[in-house]
Design a protein around this ligand. Structure first.
Ligand code: SPV
Ligand code: MN
Length: 669
């Protein structure tokens, strides 16, 4: 089992500073009076040692302490502009940042967990021994900040005082990275010591882009020291590789939840959003989706948006599921964001009043950004992630270069987004979450929405997500299993994480009302998978509102459902009504039949694929296989009776009685 504080702390080993006195002495030389006095506010010895050792190792010219004051935030932004990491755009407070053409996403081939000898990790993760990592870091980060500033910021991953919030330090030579941190995380300089005392730990992130040259990219690394909750990142700039408050610290939070807070907390790759239902009630959802599968879009559909990427969950004293967003902003994919699909976001992006960092899009001669799928006319030339761009420009392999990279992003705080519920997002009690959703990118198997029979089936549903490759990771192709959409961020063996999921969702600490519904979502069914032609999707983006609304009704027992071996699915009439009332759209029975018929062979093939893959992992909870076996047996029986394609009406007839809206969610009605 994983353990904190095992092995040597690499930062201390390389920096060599072991006492508060030594640290103070170093600060006197390395910091000017103003920054010394700012740092004076922080008393936590461990934090001071982390900072001092980072200075001793990286040898920056200057050190800037970012207190999060308006003045400091402006200074950071200004520094990024002056150093050429960002450039101003036409709209006030909008800037553009470009990452190197070869570093447009997370560099998973150069991302490693630092481990101690014999420490077990996920079989899907890359690892490096502590001794080798130490050597690499000494060699490549020693003096890496010569001629550069170091910026130091104190943040909280979550509202101050929330049970699942964890403080974190960001240390970087990139003003762009600190600028992004200021937008995405709560600066808690004033309250840092108190938060560390309350939680018992903090995360440390040390980054330097070095000279930011393409020739250094092969040496780029993202190292995560699980034992010391410290990340090291070098020779890269893409925020997913450098702003390790995000996925680096998420990985540590997953470890803490899995090994130190079983049955208490979970750390998930999930959005949080609320939907207003009948009578004005608010129902909150937390939903997982692999990177690049519409998570931000789903979150934005809510009337009470809380977060689009990460969720810290726990069971409240009242038996409800509580959730907070460790972030306070969006680092979202911009591709396909348009007025029609994302009106709230577009307002922030196309009208004055919001601070936005654009990355890797096309900038025209008027310094206006453009991107793929925005539903607008775009210019014939400009500057984009590949340098100068003109219509028809091609890569070496002959493929046309799109105007923006498929993983091009925008960074903005949530505050100006119209449906953001800032009071609830900042409430340390978290929001009460009634529905958990899991979605992937699945063109031919699962229906648009279904609800797991019980918590165990729900955990297996999460364990069984798949997606076709997306643009969020460098060099990844084909179909991928995406357990809980969190797998890239699970450091330990999957079986141990899965066990923690079974224990959490099956916990008796949940009240009857508080235990969440667990559901699957799939927006990616195609015509050709349902007897038609072509890869066009059967549904469209705005249908998401209907799937969520149905879950909202179901969570409150307002609608009944049809029970199937994979869980329960909606009745046609309920969806037809919701299509009408929620998005003013006609929903033909024929489309319903296509979307909700069970394609038994596909589902069984999926189960077999999962079982095969999981069989190769050690120490998996046997419940996983029991659920797969149970589902497969029932599916085969159904096929025996009705054939390979089972229409919802056949199941209704089987049930042999009228489906009144008694709405008891555990049963078939
Ligand atoms: C993702 O890829 O899941 C993101 C962006 O949310 S990154 O910071 O790269 O993780
Ligand atoms: Mn993400």
């Amino acid at each position: 089992m994983f353990e904190l504080k095992r092995g040597k702390d690499i930062l201390v080993e390389t920096g060599g500073i072991r006492s508060r006195e030594e640290a103070q002495k170093l600060f006197e030389n390395a910091l000017d009076r103003e920054n010394r006095s700012k740092l004076h506010h922080v008393k936590n010895e461990e934090a001071l040692l982390k900072i001092a050792n980072s200075i001793a190792m990286c040898k920056p010219d200057t050190v800037f302490i970012n207190t999060g004051s308006d003045e400091d935030k402006q200074k950071v932004r200004q520094m990024s502009l002056e150093r050429g990491e960002e450039e101003p755009l036409a709209l006030k407070d909008h800037t553009i940042h470009f990452d190197l053409p070869q570093e447009q996403a997370r560099i998973i081939d150069r991302t490693f967990y630092i481990i101690n000898p014999e420490e077990e990790t996920s079989v899907l993760a890359k690892t490096i021994l502590r001794s080798e990592a130490l050597e690499y870091i000494e060699k490549h980060m020693g003096g890496i900040m010569r001629g550069m500033p170091m910026l130091v910021g104190f943040f909280s991953r979550g509202p101050v005082g929330a049970k699942a919030s964890i403080p974190a330090i960001q240390i970087t030579s990139s003003a762009y990275v600190m600028h992004s941190a200021n937008i995405l995380y709560r600066n808690v300089y004033e309250k840092f010591d108190g938060e560390v005392e309350r939680t018992g730990y903090f995360f440390t992130n040390l980054h330097s882009q070095g000279l930011n040259r393409p020739e250094d990219l092969p040496n780029a690394r993202v190292f995560m020291d699980r034992s010391w909750l410290t990340t090291f990142s070098m020779f890269c700039t893409y925020a997913g590789n450098t702003l390790l408050l995000k996925k680096g610290n998420h990985r540590f939070a997953v470890d803490l939840a899995t090994y130190y807070k079983r049955e208490e907390e979970l750390s998930e790759h999930m959005f949080i959003t609320g939907l207003t239902g009948p009578g004005g009630r608010k129902t909150f959802f937390a939903g997982a989706a692999p990177s690049g599968c519409g998570k931000t879009t789903t979150a934005m559909v809510g009337t009470d948006f809380i977060g689009d990427d990460l969720a810290q969950l726990w069971i409240g004293g009242d038996g409800t599921l509580r959730g907070i967003n460790p972030e306070k902003g969006i680092f979202g994919i911009i591709k396909d964001v348009s007025r029609e699909s994302d009106p709230y976001l577009m307002k922030c992006l196309r009208e004055e009043g919001t601070e936005v960092i654009w990355s890797n899009v096309l900038i025209d001669e008027n310094r206006v950004p453009h991107w793929v799928g925005n539903g607008e006319e775009h210019p014939e030339r400009g500057i984009n992630f590949q340098g100068e761009w003109w219509e028809g420009k091609k890569y070496k392999d002959g493929k046309e270069i799109p105007i923006s990279h498929p993983n091009a992003r925008v960074t903005l705080t949530n505050d100006p987004i119209e449906n953001y519920n800032v009071e609830m997002a900042e409430d340390p009690r978290g929001v009460p979450i009634k529905v958990i959703t899991y979605s992937g990118r699945d063109s031919n198997t699962m229906p648009p929405v279904w609800v797991a029979k019980n918590p165990e089936h729900g955990v297996v549903l999460g364990a069984s997500i798949v997606s076709e490759a997306t643009a969020t990771e460098v060099g990844v192709k084909g179909i991928r299993r995406q357990p809980w959409a969190n797998e890239p961020f699970i450091p330990g063996p999957l079986g141990e994480y899965m066990d923690a999921q079974f224990i959490f969702f099956g916990s008796r600490k949940f009240s009857e009302e508080g235990r969440p519904l667990i559901a699957g979502l799939n927006y990616f069914l195609t015509h050709e998978a349902r007897g038609g032609e072509g890869k066009e999707l059967l549904g469209e983006k705005r249908d998401v509102k209907v799937w969520l609304s149905w879950l909202e009704r179901r969570a409150h027992g307002d609608v009944s459902a049809i029970e199937t071996p994979i869980g329960s699915i909606p009745l046609y009439k309920d969806l037809k009504d919701l299509f009408e009332s929620e998005i003013n759209k006609n929903y033909p029975k024929e489309l319903y039949d296509k979307q909700f018929s069970l394609y038994i062979d596909n589902i069984i093939a999926r189960i077999d694929l999962q079982r095969e893959a999981y069989r190769r992992e050690k120490k998996l909870p046997s419940k996983l296989f029991e659920v797969y076996d149970e589902q497969k047996k029932e599916l085969l029986a159904l096929k025996e009776k009705h054939g390979a394609v089972v229409l919802p009406d056949m199941l209704l007839k089987d049930a042999g009685r009228a489906y009144s809206a008694s709405g008891n969610r555990g049963s078939s009605s």
